[in-house]
Each structure stands twice: as structure tokens, then as C-alpha cells.
Ligand binder design. Structure first.
Ligand code: SF4
Length: 441
């Protein structure tokens, strides 16, 4: 399998692009994680992987999206982008996730990325703007990997993404990248309507046949003004997804990315471990893309991004609270505690709609990737080793007791709390549903 993967990577991608990937992302990216670990030992935090939403606009209207895509366009302009990247480079960073909205709707995107040939960028996109000409430019740049989202088969995808023809245009975008031998990924947000089609060996095989080099299965999170809790996976389905990823990693010649588990299958939150934080199109620094609250901005003069993130009491207490509460996602599991933290720090609602706090307060306890007793360790030695050195909890959960405040613990006790503070000893329908599935192997 490893030989087949190596052969695919060598034969199907442009060699110059592979060198950039290996040197910028592989070697220098690994060093940036080691620097992060060293900083943590000194009690300092600056994430080696920053995610930057450079624009809020998008051509699609996907179900459950929490970005204010229909509001007046807001962008990170090139000058602010270059300052951010240069200040991050000074701390040893080289990798940046470029998010939106739809990043390719930012007219300056490719020129902005071209300014930093010593960095590596992963662009999260629906692929609709990747024409053959754009793909040729991406190939020329060499320091970009597009991660193109496919949300299901044609019918499901078009339904989830708001109109007919979305799927076909996305596949065209993928094909344009592959025709130009770009190292290309496909991601999917798993939910009730696509899990049976996409969490399948045949889907992974199809990606391999197409020439896709890596894939990433996210799990749908019900956030924002139009969240769809009915799309959420049950704990049983989340466990199924984890087992599938572990199986496929050991079997198929394609890289499978995930952000929520260490090599032993222990759950983690990348914002709690400090490996990543997020900057929104207004320049506000957020713990992660779905937590739309901030006390710090990249546009504030006089301090570097490292000083802002390291000096932010809100971000520091967020990491501590998240790590103290659960190994999973604090937003889903304990929105009440997060709402308290936001109010304590007077963190601004940094959405355009200005309803993020009521939305958070309307959420109830829900399970996330943390399912104690059901850890699924990696079967692939390569992932095990890579995670041991470069992607794990960095000891932020050491000595923490998650048997009280985490969602699994509360659900076992039959408790539920709405984030507006109202609590109940009575088990809600949601909790009943989830209790039955917790720990199921
Ligand atoms: S808080 Fe939740 S959504 Fe945000 S990084 Fe952590 S696990 Fe992911």
C-alpha cells in the first residue's frame, strides 16, 4: 500500500510541486510544530497552523453554513495578509489554511500566495472558480494545494449546496487541477444525508481513480443562524467514520487527513492544543472558525500577531477551559461554559449578523468526537509515527478529569444544560438518543 501510494504521488503529480510540498510543508512544517512544542514548554502559545478566512462571500448557499456569505463583501486585503504571513514566518510558520466564503472569489488570492514562495497554502474551495487557466496558474505557483469540497452524490450535493449543477462544476474544478498535475485533495462534511454514499470504499476508490491525492472527512457541526441539528451524525455514526478512516489509511493508496484524533485514537480539539486558531475576513482572531467571538484583531497596530495571540487572555482561557472540560469539542459539548467565557471577557460577536451569542445560548449539550472507551488506534504505522511526533494533544489534557463536565459524562448522568443557563435533570430526546449509542463498538 505504501509503495502504491508513493508511486501514485510520484507518477501523478508535478515533481516541482512535490518538492515544494516536501520541503515547505514536510520539512519546514514539521519544524514549525517542534517550535510550537518548545514554546508551549515555556508557557507561550503561537499556533504553527493559522487558518485565514480571506473573504466572506460565496457563490453557494450551503445548508448549515455559519459564514455570513450573503452580507456585504469583506476581505483581508493583500497588505494585511502579507503582514500576517511575514510576522508568522518570523515565528517559524510556513503553513496557512486559506478559507472563506469562497477564497477564489478574492480577486487578489493568487497574487497574494505568489508573494510567499517559501510557504505552503491549503485552499478550502468548492472548486467552481478553478478553470483550466486558474489551475495552470496554481501549478506555476507550486506552493498551493486545493482542498475541494464534495458534499455527496449529485442529488445530495446539489440539495445541500443550494442549487442544481453544483456537483458537476465541483467535479470540473477537481478535474482541472488533476489535468494540471496539482497535488489535490477532496473533503467532505459527513452528515445524515451523505454518510451512506461517501463513507464507502467505492468512494475512496473513485477518488484514487480520478487522481486525488488526499481526502478529509469532516463531521457536520450544527452552528450558525440556520443550523440543521437533524443533519448531525449520531455517536455511533461518528465511531463508524473513525473506524472507516483508520481502515482505509491502512489499506488504500491515498492520504486521509483528520484533525480530531491522536495516534492512539484519543480525541482532541486542535484549538485547545493550540496548534491552530482562525482569523476571519474582518481580521478578528478567533479560537476556531465556528467560534465567532474575538478580543483581538490583526488590524490593531503596534503588536505582532504572535504578541496578540500569546497575550490574549480570552484565547488562553479558551484553551484552558476547553482542555479542562473535554477532549472533544467544547462548542458542541458545553456551549453554556463557552458563553460564560465570552461574556467574562466581553469578547465581541464578530459576525456580520450579530446574533452569535443568542445562537450559542440556544444550543444544548451534544456529543462530539470524544467518546471515552471507544478509542480506535491507528492501524497504519506511518500515521502512528507521524501523529506521535507532529499531531497529538501535546499533553494539554494531562491530569485533566473529563468525567464530570464533558457531554458524555453529563449524558451518562442524564443531565442536559442549555447554554442560556437553564438546566434540567430530565433527559431530553436528544440525550436519550445519544445515550443509547455512546461507547457502542
Ligand atoms: S472547538 Fe470544536 S470546532 Fe473548534 S477546533 Fe475545537 S473541536 Fe474543532
Amino acid at each position: 500500500m505504501y509503495l502504491r501510494l508513493a508511486k501514485r504521488i510520484l507518477m501523478e503529480s508535478d515533481k516541482r510541486l512535490l518538492w515544494k510540498l516536501f520541503y515547505n510543508m514536510g520539512l519546514k512544517g514539521s519544524r514549525s510544530v517542534q517550535l510550537h512544542k518548545r514554546r508551549m514548554k515555556k508557557g507561550e502559545y503561537f499556533p504553527p497552523f493559522l487558518y485565514v478566512s480571506i473573504i466572506n462571500s460565496c457563490n453557494l448557499r450551503c445548508q448549515g453554513c455559519w459564514v455570513d456569505v450573503a452580507h456585504k463583501q469583506q476581505r483581508i486585503e493583500p497588505e494585511a495578509f502579507h503582514r500576517l504571513v511575514n510576522e508568522s514566518k518570523a515565528e517559524g510558520n510556513v503553513f496557512f489554511g486559506i478559507v472563506g466564503g469562497e477564497p477564489f472569489m478574492h480577486s487578489g488570492l493568487l497574487d497574494m500566495l505568489a508573494e510567499h514562495p517559501d510557504c505552503y497554502f491549503q485552499v478550502f474551495t468548492n472548486g467552481h472558480f478553478i478553470t483550466d487557466e486558474v489551475a495552470k496558474r496554481l501549478r506555476k505557483l507550486g506552493n498551493v494545494t486545493p482542498l475541494i469540497s464534495v458534499e455527496g452524490n449529485e442529488i445530495v450535493s446539489d440539495e445541500r449546496r443550494g442549487r442544481a449543477g453544483v456537483y458537476d462544476k465541483t467535479i470540473d474544478g477537481i478535474q482541472n487541477c488533476l489535468n494540471n498535475k496539482i497535488f489535490t485533495g477532496v473533503c467532505t462534511s459527513l452528515c445524515q444525508t451523505n454518510i451512506d454514499d461517501l463513507l464507502q470504499e467505492s468512494w475512496v476508490d473513485r477518488l484514487i481513480e480520478m487522481g486525488v491525492m488526499y481526502t478529509w472527512f469532516h463531521v457536520y457541526r450544527p452552528m450558525g443562524p440556520n443550523s440543521s441539528p437533524d443533519l448531525c451524525l449520531t455517536p455511533e455514526q461518528q465511531l463508524r467514520a473513525r473506524k472507516f478512516v483508520v481502515e482505509m489509511r491502512a489499506k488504500k493508496p491515498i492520504i486521509i487527513v483528520d484533525a480530531y484524533f491522536d495516534g492512539e485514537g484519543g480525541a482532541l480539539c486542535p484549538a485547545a492544543t493550540g496548534i491552530t486558531h482562525h482569523i476571519n475576513p474582518w481580521g478578528d482572531v478567533e479560537p476556531c472558525p465556528i467560534i465567532q467571538f474575538s478580543t483581538d484583531s490583526i488590524h490593531e497596530e503596534g503588536r505582532t500577531i504572535k504578541e496578540k495571540i500569546n497575550g490574549s487572555a480570552f484565547l488562553r482561557e479558551f484553551r484552558e477551559l476547553a482542555a479542562d472540560t473535554t477532549r472533544g469539542c467544547i462548542v458542541l459539548e458545553r456551549p453554556d461554559l463557552l458563553a460564560n467565557l465570552v461574556e467574562k471577557h466581553g469578547a465581541k460577536d464578530v459576525t456580520a449578523r450579530k446574533t452569535a451569542l443568542p445562537e450559542l445560548k440556544a444550543m444544548t449539550v451534544r456529543t462530539s468526537q470524544y467518546n471515552p472507551g471507544s478509542e480506535v488506534p491507528e492501524k497504519s504505522w506511518a500515521y502512528r509515527i507521524a501523529k506521535r511526533f507532529f499531531f497529538n494533544d501535546f499533553n494539554v489534557y494531562k491530569g485533566k478529569d473529563h468525567s464530570k463536565a464533558s457531554a458524555p459524562a453529563m449524558i451518562q448522568r442524564g443531565e442536559t444544560i442549555a447554554a442560556n443557563g437553564s438546566s434540567s435533570g430530565q433527559t431530553s430526546t436528544l440525550v436519550e438518543l445519544e445515550t443509547g449509542s455512546l461507547n457502542s463498538q
